[in-house]
Ligand binder design. Structure first.
Ligand code: MG
Length: 449
């Protein structure tokens, strides 16, 4: 069919534009700009008489400063993880396709993707901020303040950056204003929570495994729904035995890795403010990098109470949305560190705005990340582009679950010795493998249709 034909044609072309030096890009995508196409058409005839020099002059003319006739033609999506990972593809009239990912707040959003697609169809995808505002403002009465609306907008916005980067021959970090660093430090989320009742020894073993893999920071979860010492499943107060269990697990971790590895502990917003204060105080001697979401996201005054009560740095943000959501946290000094999820909180541009807002309060930026390699690499571009980047989340599932390497394609290794090297290719630098992804897609939901 036509789509497959287009894909084949695309594959035959060199995938990336080549950087000759810092200023000049050489592109074989002659039809990218109308002016460039015109120049190319004329180039064929005089080439014989004027020789190679003329062609070289045309090739060296910066084409990206000219008005573009690039247009969005369609938007499609697919899901994995039961709908909790959304992949958006934005198509253009020049065979360039942009990819973006949204996470967590995405099940059941197929029609929302389609509605957003309609609102930007026919427009120039290079105006990323403008399209972001077009969708956000059109959704004020549809929930554009947080949740699913923003998570879907995030995937769409990310796909626009990818598309723009490919069209202009620039990596996304460059479109975001350039980079402060070439590599992005990540911490390993050990996913030990998948064990029913992990013992302190399990924490120690998992931490050592991560350190042996080259990571210099690890994260563990302290909330355990199956803990037999819980008062009950619904109240938010930790019992003394539950507190002791948390301390023993973190102490074993510190003992295993020594003083120079960073440790984070996550409570997933499942406790009350008193418990949050107690846990933060109790863990002070262990010198954590941070204690994450001791309480749920809604009440920044309660966060401030905990933060003011302890020397353990308090971190939150994976359930906050847009720069608007982070403003009260920052203005009130409610947390020490912010951790927006860049596949959920509003996108790459909004992620940069949130980081820059935090920078005004001297608050570090440590993004949450539970996406695929696509989302991870997209996040890394933002992390490279802001001064106050601290560390980004990495997941053990990349090393244990082969699905993640099947559903996308990219060159080389994603992470080495606890660092992501920011990709120096146009766009995000990761492509979706639609056929491989199809087998993980939930039943009964349209897949890239
Ligand atoms: Mg968390």
């Amino acid at each position: 069919n036509q789509m497959e034909h287009r894909k084949l044609r695309f594959k035959k072309r060199p995938r990336y534009l080549v950087f000759e030096n810092n200023e000049i890009m050489k592109s074989n995508r002659r039809d990218f700009l109308s002016k460039a196409a015109l120049a190319s058409a004329f180039a064929a005839a005089p080439l014989a008489s004027f020789g190679r020099e003329y062609q070289t002059a045309i090739d060296r003319t910066p084409k990206s400063s000219m008005p573009s006739d690039l247009k969005i033609t369609d938007i499609k999506c697919g899901y994995i993880r039961g709908g909790h990972s959304l992949f958006v593809k934005i198509y253009s009239n020049q065979d360039i396709v942009g990819h973006g990912e949204g996470v967590d707040a995405t099940p059941g959003t197929y029609h929302l993707v389609k509605i957003m697609g309609k609102r930007i169809r026919g427009q120039n995808p290079l105006n990323v901020h403008r399209l972001f505002e077009t969708i956000r403002k059109s959704g004020f009465f549809e929930g554009a303040q947080s949740g699913m609306f923003v998570a879907v907008l995030t995937a769409v916005e990310t796909a626009l950056w990818d598309l723009a980067g490919k069209a202009l021959g620039l990596p996304v970090y460059q479109l975001l204003g350039g980079k402060f660093r070439d590599s992005v430090r990540v911490y390993m989320d050990t996913a030990l929570y998948q064990n029913r009742l992990p013992k302190p020894e399990d924490f120690a073993t998992a931490a050592k495994e991560a350190v042996d893999m080259g990571f210099t920071a690890v994260k563990f979860d302290l909330d355990q729904a199956n803990d037999p010492n819980k008062y009950d499943r619904f109240n938010w107060t930790a019992s003394p035995a539950e507190l002791q269990r948390m301390y023993d697990q973190m102490a074993a971790t510190r003992e295993a890795v020594g003083p120079n590895i960073d440790i984070c502990a996550d409570m997933h917003g499942r406790y009350d403010a008193t418990t949050g204060e107690r846990v933060a105080k109790m863990l002070e001697p262990l010198g954590l990098m941070w204690l994450e979401e001791p309480i749920a996201a809604e009440n920044s005054d309660a966060y401030k109470k905990i933060t003011d009560s302890t020397s353990t740095p308090i971190c939150a943000g994976e359930n906050h949305y847009l720069a608007h959501g982070f403003r009260p946290l920052l203005e009130n000094g409610a947390v020490d560190i912010i951790m927006p999820d860049l596949q959920k909180a509003g996108g790459l541009g909004e992620g940069q705005r949130i980081a820059n807002l935090a920078n005004l309060y001297y608050v570090p930026f440590a993004p949450h990340m539970v996406a695929s390699y696509l989302g991870a690499m997209a996040s890394a571009h933002v992390c490279a582009s802001v001064p106050n980047f601290m560390i980004m989340e990495w997941q053990i599932y990349f090393h244990k679950n082969p699905m993640y390497r099947e559903i996308v394609t990219f060159e080389g290794e994603a992470v080495e010795n606890g660092f992501i090297t920011v990709r120096d290719v146009p766009g995000i630098g990761v492509e979706i493998n639609e056929e491989a992804m199809r087998k993980y897609a939930p039943e009964g939901v349209p897949f890239f249709e």
